[in-house]
Design a protein around this ligand. Structure first.
Ligand SMILES: NC(=O)c1ccc[n+]([C@@H]2O[C@H](COP(=O)([O-])OP(=O)(O)OC[C@H]3O[C@@H](n4cnc5c(N)ncnc54)[C@H](OP(=O)(O)O)[C@@H]3O)[C@@H](O)[C@H]2O)c1
Length: 274
């Protein structure tokens, strides 16, 4: 049904390249936002235990009547549950709330090294076990820098979900991920809406007859990022999904690549204190 491209991850799992993010969406709001997204054609939803809305996501999925195999559901393990037994319990809690017997992608949300040392390595090992039991299709990480990846004892996550948007495009870390066969996934892909005002994007939006948000999302797709924009506004949910039917030129992609100016909006994983 969807013309959104898919990517094949390094473990053979196929992921729709554009999904729907639900950070800062209440469980109640998630029911209507995810319902709207599914109606618009999204088949990939990105939530997390920490977002406290998995129940709402699960309700929308159930009410949609869409076959489970046609959906790609990501959730994330929170920082205080990296120890083996806690990780297993946390996943089961997420599955119960989502109303499913497996997730398509399970991510270690943050390495959280300052607070929990290298416990994320234990989480990784447990997630491999949970994958072999069929509870997780693909295992990945989020907010991992190169040194965090190096400490996974040679393991290669399928995905690293990191902050990426035009004003913070993370070209160096992306190059590392690409070299290692780890798919880059962009959180806050619109720069939490702050990048929408950039004049280069306004110009390209005018040239293409698209909105600045659509131009940014198209740029992510063309440089190979998986992308998970969030909105609770029905018209924006539909707008953000409508990015498969146009193409940016190589010059336009290059111009957007030039916008990056180290404009990180979230915590730096190297020093995050939680
Ligand atoms: N792994 C992590 O640590 C991590 C961290 C942050 C986020 N994430 C994931 O990434 C997802 C997206 O990131 P995000 O929510 O921070 O930021 P985002 O998707 O870059 O931006 C969301 C903001 O942009 C607005 N917006 C969305 N579409 C728009 C459009 N077409 N025109 C104008 N404004 C628009 C939204 O407003 P309305 O909602 O009011 O429409 C909201 O304020 C999250 O939902 C979550 O799934 C992961």
């Amino acid at each position: 049904m969807s013309s959104i491209p898919t990517l094949r991850l390094n473990d053979g799992v196929t992921i729709p390249q554009l999904g729907f993010g639900v950070w800062q969406v209440s469980a109640e709001e998630a029911v209507s936002a995810v319902s709207t997204a599914l109606e618009a054609g999204y088949r990939h939803i990105d939530t997390a235990a920490m977002y406290r809305n998995e129940e709402g996501v699960g309700k929308a999925i159930k009410e949609s009547g869409i076959a489970r195999d046609d959906l790609f559901i990501t959730t994330k393990l929170w920082n205080d549950s990296h120890e083996s037994g806690d990780c297993r319990t946390a996943l089961q809690t997420s599955l119960d709330k989502l109303g499913t017997d497996h997730v398509d992608l399970y991510l270690i949300h943050w390495p959280a090294e300052r607070k929990y040392g290298d416990a994320y390595i234990e989480a990784w090992d447990t997630m491999q076990q949970l994958q072999s039991e069929g509870l997780i299709r693909s295992i990945g990480v989020s907010n991992f820098n190169e040194p965090h990846l190096d400490r996974l004892n040679g393991a290669t996550p399928s995905v690293n979900q990191i902050e990426m948007h035009p004003s913070f495009n993370q070209s160096d870390l992306r190059a590392v991920l690409t070299e290692r066969g780890i798919a880059p996934e962009a959180w806050s892909p619109l720069g939490h809406a702050k990048d929408l005002e950039h004049e280069t994007l306004a110009t390209i939006a005018e040239q293409t007859g698209r909105t600045a948000a659509q131009v940014i999302l198209r740029w992510h797709l063309q440089i190979g990022n998986i992308v998970i924009p969030k909105s609770v506004t029905p018209s924006r949910i539909v707008e953000n999904f409508d990015v498969a039917s146009f193409q940016l030129s190589d010059d336009q992609v290059a111009e957007i690549n030039e916008i990056s100016c180290g404009n990180r909006i979230g915590p730096d994983p190297a020093v995050a204190e939680f």
